[in-house]
Ligand binder design. Structure first.
Ligand SMILES: O=C(O)CCC(=O)C(=O)O
Length: 241
């Protein structure tokens, strides 16, 4: 059974900011004890022999259940769903999650993309919660958002085509003042709307970039299967996904 939410839900001002910009930063979404459990679980993923990093592998995509089956009983998960519902103003279902890790010094950039573009729907379908499992500074592949970009709907220029790596790295019409990079300290999150263009740079730091992402989808809307999930999680990167 799920726990009670771990943190206050977004305020009206925060919800308004999300509607305007298509993303929102919220510090300290987890209590210290739960953050430690997420950090330990991520270290267990990194320590698994078949997942251990090979030079040149660049990034690692994994699921938390492989090391921590009960993670959905955390207060953080309950909070993330409730906060996502408050931001979208609609009932949502938890859809799936990912650990997206980028290797020290070489983890490749992830180019500009819109998550909903991988799902083949025009409707505003999804919202994601991106947790920094450890501090994620500007040199460690923090999230960058094109503020307000969600209001333009799906951008033809960012339509996924062919193999990962085929998408241009910059959306046309990009204005530098619209781009916002959001470094996070451990335990803080950003939420982004499924149509908000976003990217991450390369991980140039000496540590793994550890991010835990939960995706939520509008209740009652048919959700695409695992192939679409995989595509959106491996948005084009300089290393080919
Ligand atoms: O964590 C990353 O590097 C990219 C994450 C992303 O694109 C997403 O969560 O939609």
């Amino acid at each position: 059974m799920s726990e009670e939410p771990s943190r206050a839900l977004p305020t009206e001002a925060e919800r308004e900011s999300f509607r305007e910009r298509g993303w929102l930063w919220l510090p300290d979404a987890l209590e210290a004890e739960e953050l430690s459990r997420f950090q330990e679980a991520c270290q267990r993923v990194l320590g698994r022999p078949h997942l251990s990093h090979e030079p040149g592998a660049g990034s690692l995509h994994a699921i938390l259940e492989s090391v921590w089956i009960e993670w959905r009983e955390t207060r953080f998960h309950a909070w993330a769903l409730a906060a996502a519902e408050a931001l979208m103003g609609r009932p949502l279902d938890y859809w799936y999650h990912q650990l997206l890790f980028k290797a020290p010094l070489e983890g490749p950039p992830t180019h500009w993309h819109q998550d909903d573009a991988y799902l083949g729907v025009e409707e505003d379908l999804t919202i994601s919660c991106w947790l920094a499992v450890q501090d994620v500074g500007p040199d460690a592949a923090c999230m960058e958002f094109l503020s307000g970009g969600q209001r333009a709907g799906l951008l033809a220029e960012l339509a996924p085509e062919g193999e990962p790596g085929g998408t241009p790295p910059e959306p046309p019409g990009l204005l530098p003042e619209q781009v916002h990079a959001q470094p996070l300290r451990a335990g803080s999150v950003t939420f982004h709307h499924g149509k908000t263009p976003h990217r991450t740079g390369p991980n140039l730091s000496p540590a793994w970039r550890l991010a835990f992402i939960q995706r939520f989808a509008l209740r009652g809307v048919p959700r695409p299967g695992p192939e679409a999930c995989r595509a959106s999680s491996q948005a084009p990167s300089a290393a080919g996904g």
